[in-house]
Design a protein. Structure first.
Length: 102
């Protein structure tokens, strides 16, 4: 964060090859050959807010991968409690998977 930009938060980044412990993102020096889940979540119906967060998280993570190495696989997930049949295909067409959990 600086005077010209704000902080950007992800709800979760899961590195599937590593033990399930909570750690700071900055502690991860390399993402080379990792299997990664990037998750944005809302306790509501799939909507424009969650879609924007999920889509732009995908774009921002591309910058991180250029600096920390290319992962083996990455899945971007928008997690919500209710679906939207019009919005879901628009987001999935852009490479973000929608998961509905109540």
């Amino acid at each position: 964060m600086s005077q010209t930009n704000g902080s950007r938060r992800l709800d979760a980044i899961i590195l599937l090859n590593r033990p399930q412990t909570e750690q700071k993102w900055s502690d991860s020096s390399s993402l080379q050959n990792e299997h990664i889940l990037v998750i944005q979540a809302k306790h509501s119906r799939l909507g424009m807010s969650l879609m924007g967060q999920a889509f732009f998280s995908k774009e921002l993570m591309a910058e991180v991968f250029r600096k920390k190495g290319k992962p083996k696989s990455v899945r971007h997930i928008a997690l919500c409690i209710r679906d939207d049949s019009t919005l879901r295909p628009l987001l999935e067409k852009r490479g973000v998977q929608v998961e509905v959990r109540s």
